[in-house]
Design a protein around this ligand. Structure first.
Ligand code: SAM
Length: 307
């Protein structure tokens, strides 16, 4: 009792926006005054000592680098979109993962970035402008209203779903991930748990919607979505393993199976169902925020991270 687990001080991470600048150039520039090294798992991610403050550095203000945590960066890398693909970012604001997708695609192909909240959609547009990406279309609307069987979505190859969540894996200084009304301080356990259950219900709906994109057997049109990534910055099983487990029958019926993002990463899903070993969790004990990532791959498709 009373024994506390030691939590490592978190290093600062910087993602180089390769649409605007080469990683080598950023390393050369920053190593003049900081200890910098490249992350061993995520390409174009730089690691700096805890406490390094680069908020007002010109590289940041010019959109050449983004202050984005490693766990957050692992999400777009897991989706592994190829240059030229058509991709949907279903719940996109503030847009860190959207512009990361654009960089991974070398600005080629197209990204539809959907955001429900009007104010946050403006933030999304600002992030997109700052990134210099010109293959992103932002939409202020409800992802659940997207008719995924509309012919205009016929060629979507990949969907990133990072929906509203409790944010319970994020330290208090990073609460930008939450909707403005979300605050952990003024909530008792009962209201927290009822809110988590409401979020979980939405997350299940949104993930089912993403998996169903182009799933109706239309003659001569094969389902085109081959990769769906579901992520949260929550530590709650109800928003993570339970959401994935609940959609598994649907996913299987549509030809999807769980794949293993970053197989070298040791912390996997909580062992609450067969297959949870494919899931990925990050934790403050890893020196990271608490994130969760699940990757669905359609069996017939090949290639990419986590095969
Ligand atoms: N992926 C973002 C990033 O990395 O910058 C963070 C996304 S945040 C966790 C979830 C976002 O989904 C919020 O901005 C929220 O307003 C939005 N959202 C919630 N429900 C939505 C829906 N039904 N359709 C589209 N966006 C939605």
């Amino acid at each position: 009792l009373g024994k506390k687990t030691a939590v490592k001080p978190k290093p600062r991470f910087l993602r180089v926006n390769t649409l605007k600048i080469a990683t080598k150039t950023v390393v050369e520039e920053l190593s003049k005054i900081h200890m910098v090294h490249k992350d061993d798992m995520v390409p174009d991610l730089l690691v700096l000592p805890p406490g390094t403050d680069l908020h007002s550095h010109p590289l940041v203000t010019d959109g050449k680098v983004f202050l984005q945590g490693k766990a957050s960066c692992m999400v777009a890398v897991t989706l592994c979109p190829k240059p030229g693909w058509k991709v949907i970012d279903a719940c996109a604001a503030p847009g860190n993962k959207t512009v990361h997708l654009a960089a991974l695609m070398n600005g080629e192909g197209s990204i539809l970035a959907c955001e429900l909240n009007k104010e946050r959609a403006k933030t999304l547009q600002h992030t997109v402008r700052r990134s210099g990406a010109n293959n992103i279309k932002t939409v202020n609307g409800n992802f659940l209203d997207i008719d995924s069987n509309d012919p205009s979505y016929a060629e979507v190859r990949a969907i990133l779903l990072d929906p509203s969540c409790s944010g319970s894996g994020i330290s208090t200084e990073r609460l930008d991930y939450l909707l403005p009304s979300h605050s952990r301080d003024d909530q008792d356990d009962a209201s927290t748990s009822s809110r988590v259950m409401k979020l979980s219900a939405f997350q299940k709906k949104a993930l089912s919607h993403a998996l169903s994109c182009k799933s109706l057997p239309t003659p001569n049109i094969l389902p085109s979505v081959e990769r769906v990534v579901y992520s949260t910055c929550s530590i709650h099983q109800a928003e993570n393993e339970d959401v994935v487990n609940s959609v598994l029958p649907l996913a299987t019926s549509l030809g999807f199976e769980l794949a293993t993002p970053f197989p070298q990463w040791r912390r996997r899903g909580l062992p609450v169902f067969k297959g949870s070993e494919h899931l990925l969790r990050t934790d403050p004990e890893d020196g990271l925020e608490g994130f969760f990532i699940a990757l669905f791959v359609r069996k017939t498709a090949g290639g990419g991270a986590g095969e």
